[in-house]
Design a protein around this ligand. Structure first.
Ligand code: HEC
Ligand code: HEC
Ligand code: HEC
Ligand code: HEC
Length: 380
């Protein structure tokens, strides 16, 4: 949203003041005057929602042809901060209007024909794996095309728990861990991008990496302190604990020392390693690097196309059933959809119907995929 819009919104709020009128709870019971509503829209809403009901900027929803009584309820839900809007309190403008003015403005917007969709309908289905593959191109020179490293000292990412990879990538991106040559490649990645990359690597078959050492079990005597978390063969089910089996031996050597010396900060890891000699660490590194790597049991999140079928049970045409007022999503503004889904997921916008779906949205990548889908549909 640009500065002009904000300034105008602020002005409108000041002009409107805080209305003391306590209107009827149900705006839909009021008579409708569409012409009067057009005037209200012109004066108070059009700067953001347009006269054609199209959101004028990122994150402003289209209102044209939306289910009328959904909009009536939605506009009141901002009243006194009950629904927090992600663009700042811009919808406060509605608090200054009389119930009749609001009713008419909404009636005007709902009566408009749907806005033509400017986004070309993207036929390509959203795939976590394919996105991750594309996004991981800049990583391939060091980490290998599929995450199986061919460069000594570089960790293998194939078959790693995605939750761990996500955390690790962010710690480099945000400068908690440092690796200058990698940093530039991570700078612009969003949460959804990082998730897709991590999912891509997780689903690839791990192979023993370059720098393979001859098999030796000398290290076995030192690893009793490690198996609780890392498993007897260097892999386990705990998604926050990285798999070590078949990992690059130089990398293991380096990183175990960096935990021991508190260069890389992790309390438990530091305690487990305190006092170990370099030669003993080398034995541990050889032990884990020569174990057979196993793929994580991670199951990727439900596909967007499968989810959409569930969403459309309620959303395909929307619903004005007072028991479940459901908005249409087709052709809606992408950034707005993303914010709306995150607010349900994070509990900022309560709704029991949507709450049951929000577990499907644990990954930002899923939310992005759903928003891509709906924003590229023709509005009806
Ligand atoms: C300064 C910009 C601005 C103005 C002026 C404005 N809106 Fe909004 N409106 C927004 C934004 C941004 C949102 C989305 C907020 C969010 O993320 O929940 C929104 C959301 C809405 C929604 C909820 C839509 C949905 O799908 O849930 C309704 C209804 C609405 N506005 C109606 C109006 C009406 C009627 C007016 C005029 C009285 C108006 N708005 C004036 C910016 C504005
Ligand atoms: C110039 C070579 C290079 C490039 C390019 C590169 N990396 Fe790395 N990466 C490394 C090295 C070396 C390390 C080990 C750093 C250390 O010791 O902390 C590493 C570590 C990692 C780790 C930590 C793994 C673990 O087991 O803790 C992750 C995750 C990672 N890189 C992801 C990426 C991603 C994603 C990209 C692309 C966007 C990328 N890297 C690009 C060289 C590179
Ligand atoms: C209490 C659980 C626990 C114990 C015990 C433990 N680890 Fe870890 N280990 C972790 C966790 C959690 C991480 C990830 C830390 C992070 O995010 O930096 C980790 C990270 C590592 C890494 C980095 C892997 C990578 O890909 O960057 C290595 C290597 C490692 N541990 C080896 C060991 C060894 C060797 C021992 C035994 C001497 C051991 N760990 C004991 C939990 C444990
Ligand atoms: C059981 C019916 C139902 C299902 C299934 C459902 N929704 Fe909803 N959805 C609703 C209702 C009811 C609302 C209005 C809630 C409110 O007033 O805040 C809503 C609101 C929304 C909104 C806010 C739209 C706006 O204009 O503000 C989005 C986005 C959304 N749903 C996305 C989804 C997605 C994506 C799925 C599938 C993963 C889904 N919904 C599945 C009933 C459902």
């Amino acid at each position: 949203m640009n500065k002009k819009v904000f300034a105008l919104a602020a002005l409108l709020i000041v002009l409107a003041g805080c209305s003391d009128q306590k209107g009827p709870k149900d705006l839909s019971k009021l008579p409708l005057d569409v012409e009067a509503g057009k005037q209200v829209a012109q004066n108070s809403c059009a700067i953001c929602h347009g006269m054609d009901g199209r959101g004028a900027a990122e994150n402003i929803p289209n209102l044209a042809a939306q289910i009328e009584i959904y909009l009536l309820k939605a506009v009141q839900s901002y009243d006194h901060g009950k629904r927090v809007d992600s663009s700042g309190n811009v919808m406060k403008v509605a608090e200054g209007l009389s119930p009749n003015q609001l009713r008419n403005a909404i009636g005007y917007y709902a009566s408009l024909p749907p806005v033509a969709n400017q986004l070309a309908k993207t036929e390509a289905k959203y795939s976590y794996y394919e996105r991750g593959k594309a996004l991981s191109q800049p990583c391939a020179a060091c980490h290998g095309k599929d995450g199986n490293t061919t460069v000594g000292g570089v960790p293998r990412l194939a078959g790693q728990h995605p939750q761990y990879t996500i955390k690790a990538v962010k710690s480099y991106r945000d400068g908690v861990r440092t690796m200058p040559a990698m940093h530039a490649k991570l700078a612009g990645l969003s949460q959804a991008d990082i998730e897709n990359i991590a999912i891509y690597y997780a689903l690839n078959e791990p192979r023993s990496s370059a720098g393979k050492a001859d098999h030796t079990h000398e290290g076995a005597q030192f690893i009793s302190a490690c198996v609780k978390c890392h498993g007897p063969s260097g892999y386990g089910e705990d998604t926050s604990v990285p798999n070590l089996a078949g990992q690059n031996v130089q990398y293991l050597n380096k990183v175990i020392k960096s935990y021991r010396d508190s260069v890389r900060d992790h309390k438990v890891m530091h305690q487990s390693l305190a006092g170990l000699k370099d030669s003993e660490i080398n034995q541990i590194a050889i032990f884990f690097s020569t174990e057979q790597p196993a793929r994580t049991s991670f199951a990727p999140p439900e596909t967007v196309s499968s989810l959409v079928q569930k969403c459309d049970i309620c959303h395909s045409l929307g619903s004005s059933n007072p028991e479940m007022l459901t908005p249409k999503l087709n052709g809606q503004n992408r950034a707005y959809l993303i914010n709306a889904m995150k607010t349900y997921r994070d509990g900022d916008r309560g709704n029991s119907a949507m709450h049951t779906m929000s577990s499907a949205m644990n990954f930002d990548a899923t939310i992005e995929g759903l928003a891509d889908h709906y924003s590229s549909q023709e509005a009806k």
